[in-house]
Write a protein that binds this ligand. Structure first.
Ligand code: IMP
Ligand code: MG
Length: 183
């Protein structure tokens, strides 16, 4: 048993709900991209679990690449400062790119990423995000595929972390308030 389960106050989205929705998204993407298999660009590290499960539900000869950006540091609030920590391995010129992201909070990270990738001459760029918070709608670029709309709470699990912990929980949950008070 994973001891970090004990730090979870409530489960917002269960493992079963996530897997059901991810397979729906995979089917939809398989239909939409039937003519041209896309390059999945996963945003490290939060999108890793989602990217793995989603890609296994897509019946097309897709390719996978990753970028790492930093916008948060150890804080739970977005600062608006985005840095590329790891870039793509290959050019995306002429490619159909699908950005795979864990969560859209303020939307600043995605806005930056989208602009950055569009400058590299891809044929198309679409966005798939597992979660979108309520407040994101005004600021974020249009999201082509959204797994779940969620209330504006800080969540962990299924790739999402707090201080690098909880990524390996199989569900999306809300932490107990006392966890944030630990030194
Ligand atoms: P944004 O730029 O404010 O949209 O923030 C996006 C990034 O912040 C996401 O890709 C996550 O890595 C992180 N983030 C935003 N909200 C949460 C959360 O509730 N839990 C964990 N990480 C989050
Ligand atoms: Mg992220």
């Amino acid at each position: 048993m994973n001891p970090t389960h004990d730090d979870i106050d409530t489960v917002m989205i269960s493992e079963e709900e996530i897997q059901r929705r991810v397979s729906e998204l995979g089917r939809q993407i398989s239909v939409d991209y039937a003519a041209n298999a896309p390059l999945f660009v996963g945003v490290l590290k939060g999108a890793v679990m989602f990217m793995v499960d989603l890609s296994r539900n897509v019946g097309l000869p897709i390719e996978l690449d990753f970028m790492a950006v930093s916008s948060y540091g150890q804080s739970t609030e977005s600062t608006g400062v985005v840095r590329i920590l790891k870039d793509l391995d290959d050019s995306i010129e002429g490619r159909d790119v699908l950005i795979v992201e864990d969560i859209v909070d303020t939307g600043l990270t995605l806005r930056y990423l989208l602009e950055n990738l569009l400058n590299r001459g891809p044929r198309s760029v679409r966005i798939c995000a597992l979660l979108r918070k309520d407040k994101a709608k005004g600021f974020a670029p249009p999201i082509d595929y959204v797994g779940f709309e969620i209330p504006d709470r800080f969540v962990v699990g299924y790739g999402l972390d707090y201080a690098e912990q909880y990524r390996n929980l199989p569900y999306i949950g809300v932490l107990r308030p006392e966890v944030y008070k630990r030194p």
